[in-house]
Design a protein around this ligand. Structure first.
Ligand SMILES: [Zn+2]
Length: 108
């Protein structure tokens, strides 16, 4: 088994145990016992885990992203194609950005 599979399995299991709760990338890295330097890989892992859960459950369970927000002016980064933490606000140029949050959604 590769290390990659292990992290993704841990990530899926952790989210399945906490449906409806919002987690930052840092929260997830801490929960999975990853080093801070390893946390960025979780963006890709989250996309992968969401697709897998969606496929396995016929679209009933997936990981949703709460978009990043500028803490200075309230600008919401709604149009991100991929999960990431923008470095600067396009409206006010502030670098005080709250990164994306991730939440497991279970449709009834
Ligand atoms: Zn701003």
């Amino acid at each position: 088994m590769s290390g990659e599979e292990t992290v993704r399995e841990k990530l899926a299991n952790f989210l399945l145990q906490h449906p409806g709760e919002e987690f930052s990338l840092e929260d997830l890295a801490y929960a999975l016992g990853l080093k801070r330097s390893e946390s960025k890989r979780l963006y890709e892992d989250l996309v992968h885990v969401s697709k897998t859960l969606w496929r396995k459950t016929d679209g009933k369970v997936y990981v949703a992203m709460v978009p990043p927000v500028c803490l200075s002016c309230g600008y919401v980064f709604k149009d991100l194609k991929r999960p990431r933490r923008p470095s600067r606000c396009p409206r006010c140029k502030s670098e005080r950005i709250r990164g994306p949050l991730f939440v497991l959604v279970e449709k009834k």
